[in-house]
Design a protein around this ligand. Structure first.
Ligand SMILES: [Zn+2]
Ligand SMILES: [Zn+2]
Length: 276
């Protein structure tokens, strides 16, 4: 009997193959012709980023995109999963994925992020996509503190997110672990209440910024990290379309709340430090 992990790996490969077929570097071309092998006959691809869903067959999906490539409008494109979770029973499965995308259209660079819901069906030839539906995150992302004094914006798709189980995050948040999202360099800014912000900076750690009026923890800043800013995920106004993909400082994890078996990589100390 094929194990859950084998099926889940096959499903992930299928989805990665889909992203691979629509992605292409400057000077090369997408391999849209691979898509019909990945989607079962009658399968639907549904873009739901506007007022009305755009429902397409594989051919209908490829046609306008191929035209953009042929005309020289779309000269570069990459789409990739940033996190995903598969559920399956028998010969049916689904995966909810956060994704990022970037490209060059009409000479101008663009980027985006969002969430894709994909359904899969096991056929005699293997897993196939039976439907895929997606929606993009609206930028800028916005958020702020409880009293409304401090507000922030994020102008580009977030690049990642992680849980921290350190004692400082436990005390700062009152929770067993603190999820933070990491913005692309230069994309995060305070748009209101900068003068109300307060900071706590331990000698051997990064800055922890919070609202001086209501105490809401808003973000951290540790310039020694590759992604210095960590926006506290609970402070976003809307779903920011990233999911935590790692857990750090699990050596100090709270004994009163077992870490969920979510398959995320666990780092004893900082996820930036080399693992022993
Ligand atoms: Zn506040
Ligand atoms: Zn921490």
């Amino acid at each position: 009997m094929t194990s859950f992990d084998d099926h889940a790996r096959a499903i992930k490969r299928l989805l990665d193959a889909f992203f691979g077929a629509v992605s292409f570097e400057a000077g090369s071309a997408p391999t849209y012709e691979r898509l019909p092998d990945l989607v079962m006959p009658g399968g639907l691809l549904i873009k739901n980023t506007g007022d009305t869903p755009e429902v397409a067959t594989v051919d209908g999906f490829i046609e306008p995109r191929q035209a953009l490539v042929d005309s020289g409008e779309l000269t570069e494109f990459a789409e990739f999963e940033t996190h995903g979770n598969t559920e399956l029973f028998g010969q049916v499965a689904q995966r909810l994925s956060t994704y990022g995308k970037r490209g060059v259209s009409g000479g101008a660079a663009f980027e985006g992020a969002g969430v894709i819901s994909t359904q899969f069906v096991l056929t005699p030839a293997g897993w196939r996509i039976s439907s895929m539906a997606w929606d993009d995150v609206r930028l800028p992302l916005t958020g702020g503190c409880n009293c409304g004094a401090v507000r922030y914006e994020v102008s580009a798709p977030l690049v990642g997110a992680s849980y921290c189980h350190c004692r400082r995050c436990q005390r700062r948040s009152g929770a067993a672990a603190s999820p933070s999202a990491h913005p692309a360099p230069g994309s995060f800014r305070i748009v209101a209440g900068e003068d109300r912000l307060r900071v706590w900076k331990p000698e051997d750690g990064g800055e922890k910024w919070f609202c001086g009026e209501c105490g809401s923890a808003l973000f951290g800043n540790n310039p020694s990290h590759a992604d210095p800013i960590g926006i506290r995920m609970g402070t976003f106004d809307e779903d920011p379309a990233v999911r935590p993909t790692a857990r750090q400082f699990v050596s100090s994890a709270a004994p009163w709340e077992p870490i969920p078996k979510d398959g995320l990589p666990r780092h004893e100390q900082s996820r930036h430090a080399a693992q022993p």
